[in-house]
Ligand binder design. Structure first.
Ligand code: CTP
Ligand code: ZN
Length: 160
Protein backbone atom coordinates (compact mmCIF):
# COMPACT_ATOMS: atom_id res chain seq x y z
CA UNK A 1 0.00 0.00 0.00
CA UNK A 2 1.35 3.37 -0.96
CA UNK A 3 -0.77 6.17 0.27
CA UNK A 4 1.57 8.84 -0.83
CA UNK A 5 3.40 8.48 2.39
CA UNK A 6 6.62 8.18 0.53
CA UNK A 7 6.95 4.46 1.25
CA UNK A 8 9.03 4.11 -1.88
CA UNK A 9 11.27 6.79 -0.50
CA UNK A 10 11.80 5.03 2.81
CA UNK A 11 9.54 7.30 4.80
CA UNK A 12 6.94 5.04 6.37
CA UNK A 13 4.55 7.67 7.58
CA UNK A 14 1.21 8.09 5.89
CA UNK A 15 0.76 11.59 4.64
CA UNK A 16 -3.01 11.31 4.87
CA UNK A 17 -4.39 9.39 7.87
CA UNK A 18 -6.46 6.25 7.51
CA UNK A 19 -10.16 6.72 7.93
CA UNK A 20 -12.48 4.67 10.11
CA UNK A 21 -15.47 4.40 7.78
CA UNK A 22 -16.26 6.04 4.51
CA UNK A 23 -14.83 6.32 1.02
CA UNK A 24 -11.27 6.68 -0.22
CA UNK A 25 -10.91 7.90 -3.78
CA UNK A 26 -7.39 6.87 -4.66
CA UNK A 27 -5.14 7.17 -7.72
CA UNK A 28 -6.72 10.41 -8.81
CA UNK A 29 -4.72 12.13 -11.52
CA UNK A 30 -2.43 14.66 -9.87
CA UNK A 31 -4.06 18.05 -9.51
CA UNK A 32 -7.67 16.80 -9.89
CA UNK A 33 -8.63 16.37 -6.21
CA UNK A 34 -10.52 19.64 -5.94
CA UNK A 35 -12.35 18.91 -9.18
CA UNK A 36 -13.23 15.48 -7.80
CA UNK A 37 -14.84 17.09 -4.77
CA UNK A 38 -16.57 19.70 -6.92
CA UNK A 39 -18.02 17.16 -9.36
CA UNK A 40 -19.29 15.11 -6.41
CA UNK A 41 -20.83 18.24 -4.92
CA UNK A 42 -18.85 17.87 -1.71
CA UNK A 43 -17.44 21.10 -0.33
CA UNK A 44 -17.18 20.53 3.40
CA UNK A 45 -19.85 23.10 4.16
CA UNK A 46 -22.06 20.48 5.76
CA UNK A 47 -19.39 19.46 8.20
CA UNK A 48 -18.17 16.48 6.20
CA UNK A 49 -14.82 15.21 7.45
CA UNK A 50 -12.51 15.31 4.44
CA UNK A 51 -8.83 14.64 3.87
CA UNK A 52 -7.13 15.59 0.66
CA UNK A 53 -3.64 14.78 -0.53
CA UNK A 54 -2.43 16.41 -3.69
CA UNK A 55 0.51 15.52 -5.89
CA UNK A 56 1.76 12.88 -3.48
CA UNK A 57 4.20 10.18 -4.65
CA UNK A 58 2.58 6.97 -5.91
CA UNK A 59 3.69 3.58 -7.16
CA UNK A 60 1.26 3.48 -10.05
CA UNK A 61 1.24 7.09 -11.17
CA UNK A 62 4.11 9.50 -10.97
CA UNK A 63 2.04 11.71 -8.71
CA UNK A 64 -1.47 11.21 -7.48
CA UNK A 65 -4.18 12.91 -5.54
CA UNK A 66 -6.22 11.15 -2.89
CA UNK A 67 -9.54 12.15 -1.37
CA UNK A 68 -10.96 10.62 1.78
CA UNK A 69 -14.54 11.18 2.85
CA UNK A 70 -15.21 10.03 6.39
CA UNK A 71 -18.65 8.72 7.31
CA UNK A 72 -20.04 8.45 3.81
CA UNK A 73 -20.09 5.49 1.42
CA UNK A 74 -20.37 6.86 -2.07
CA UNK A 75 -22.48 4.79 -4.48
CA UNK A 76 -21.27 3.52 -7.86
CA UNK A 77 -23.60 5.99 -9.61
CA UNK A 78 -22.18 8.85 -7.59
CA UNK A 79 -18.59 8.01 -8.40
CA UNK A 80 -19.09 7.13 -12.08
CA UNK A 81 -19.18 10.80 -12.94
CA UNK A 82 -15.52 10.84 -11.90
CA UNK A 83 -14.71 8.91 -15.09
CA UNK A 84 -14.92 12.29 -16.86
CA UNK A 85 -12.05 13.84 -14.93
CA UNK A 86 -10.29 11.03 -13.06
CA UNK A 87 -10.88 7.82 -15.06
CA UNK A 88 -8.04 5.90 -13.44
CA UNK A 89 -9.24 6.45 -9.90
CA UNK A 90 -9.94 3.58 -7.51
CA UNK A 91 -12.84 3.73 -5.08
CA UNK A 92 -12.36 2.06 -1.71
CA UNK A 93 -15.24 1.61 0.71
CA UNK A 94 -13.90 1.45 4.26
CA UNK A 95 -15.70 0.04 7.28
CA UNK A 96 -14.12 -0.17 10.66
CA UNK A 97 -10.71 0.63 9.14
CA UNK A 98 -10.87 -2.22 6.59
CA UNK A 99 -11.30 -1.82 2.85
CA UNK A 100 -14.42 -3.92 2.25
CA UNK A 101 -14.99 -2.98 -1.39
CA UNK A 102 -12.71 -1.71 -4.11
CA UNK A 103 -13.94 -0.66 -7.51
CA UNK A 104 -13.10 1.37 -10.56
CA UNK A 105 -15.23 4.13 -12.00
CA UNK A 106 -17.35 3.24 -15.03
CA UNK A 107 -18.26 5.69 -17.73
CA UNK A 108 -21.96 6.57 -17.34
CA UNK A 109 -24.15 7.06 -20.43
CA UNK A 110 -25.18 10.49 -19.29
CA UNK A 111 -24.56 12.89 -16.47
CA UNK A 112 -27.29 15.08 -15.07
CA UNK A 113 -26.97 18.24 -13.05
CA UNK A 114 -23.22 18.23 -12.54
CA UNK A 115 -21.88 20.10 -15.56
CA UNK A 116 -23.08 23.37 -17.00
CA UNK A 117 -23.33 23.94 -20.73
CA UNK A 118 -20.81 26.45 -22.11
CA UNK A 119 -23.36 27.69 -24.66
CA UNK A 120 -24.96 30.84 -23.24
CA UNK A 121 -27.94 30.35 -25.61
CA UNK A 122 -28.63 26.88 -24.23
CA UNK A 123 -31.95 26.32 -22.46
CA UNK A 124 -30.03 24.88 -19.50
CA UNK A 125 -28.17 28.12 -18.88
CA UNK A 126 -31.23 30.37 -18.93
CA UNK A 127 -33.22 31.70 -15.99
CA UNK A 128 -35.76 28.87 -15.97
CA UNK A 129 -34.25 25.95 -14.10
CA UNK A 130 -33.64 23.09 -16.51
CA UNK A 131 -31.32 20.38 -15.23
CA UNK A 132 -28.29 20.08 -17.46
CA UNK A 133 -27.88 16.73 -19.18
CA UNK A 134 -24.83 15.61 -21.10
CA UNK A 135 -24.39 12.47 -23.14
CA UNK A 136 -21.01 10.91 -22.50
CA UNK A 137 -19.06 10.25 -25.70
CA UNK A 138 -15.84 8.30 -26.25
CA UNK A 139 -13.84 11.49 -26.13
CA UNK A 140 -15.98 14.11 -24.42
CA UNK A 141 -19.51 15.13 -23.53
CA UNK A 142 -22.43 16.48 -25.56
CA UNK A 143 -25.20 18.70 -24.22
CA UNK A 144 -28.47 16.80 -24.68
CA UNK A 145 -30.30 20.08 -25.32
CA UNK A 146 -28.14 22.12 -27.69
CA UNK A 147 -25.71 19.38 -28.77
CA UNK A 148 -22.63 21.43 -27.94
CA UNK A 149 -19.70 19.03 -27.67
CA UNK A 150 -16.88 19.57 -25.18
CA UNK A 151 -13.81 17.38 -25.55
CA UNK A 152 -11.20 19.10 -23.41
CA UNK A 153 -11.42 21.04 -20.20
CA UNK A 154 -14.51 19.22 -18.92
CA UNK A 155 -13.48 20.16 -15.39
CA UNK A 156 -14.18 23.79 -16.24
CA UNK A 157 -17.86 22.88 -16.81
CA UNK A 158 -18.31 21.59 -13.29
CA UNK A 159 -21.26 23.36 -11.78
CA UNK A 160 -20.13 24.61 -8.37
N1 CTP B 1 -7.24 3.56 3.41
C1 CTP B 1 -7.60 4.52 4.34
N2 CTP B 1 -8.17 4.14 5.52
C2 CTP B 1 -8.37 2.85 5.81
C3 CTP B 1 -7.99 1.85 4.87
C4 CTP B 1 -7.43 2.24 3.67
O1 CTP B 1 -7.43 5.70 4.11
N3 CTP B 1 -8.91 2.54 6.98
C5 CTP B 1 -6.65 3.98 2.14
C6 CTP B 1 -5.23 3.47 1.95
O2 CTP B 1 -4.32 4.36 2.56
C7 CTP B 1 -5.11 3.45 0.43
C8 CTP B 1 -6.52 3.12 -0.02
O3 CTP B 1 -7.38 3.42 1.08
O4 CTP B 1 -4.77 4.73 -0.06
C9 CTP B 1 -6.68 1.68 -0.41
O5 CTP B 1 -6.28 0.87 0.66
P1 CTP B 1 -5.63 -0.55 0.41
O6 CTP B 1 -6.51 -1.34 -0.50
O7 CTP B 1 -5.29 -1.12 1.73
O8 CTP B 1 -4.27 -0.13 -0.30
P2 CTP B 1 -3.58 -0.71 -1.60
O9 CTP B 1 -3.51 -2.18 -1.50
O10 CTP B 1 -2.31 0.04 -1.81
O11 CTP B 1 -4.60 -0.30 -2.71
P3 CTP B 1 -4.36 -0.34 -4.30
O12 CTP B 1 -3.97 -1.74 -4.63
O13 CTP B 1 -5.73 0.05 -4.82
O14 CTP B 1 -3.31 0.67 -4.59
ZN1 ZN C 1 -26.39 23.12 -24.07
Amino acid sequence: SNDGGGETGGDHQLRVSKIRSGTVIDHVRGGQALNVLAILGIDGSEGEELSIGMNVPSDRLARKDIVKVEGRELSQDEVDVLSLIAPESTINIVRDYDVIEKHRVDRPELVEGVLSCPNSECITTGDEPVTSTFDVLEDGVRCAYCETIVRTGIASLIDT
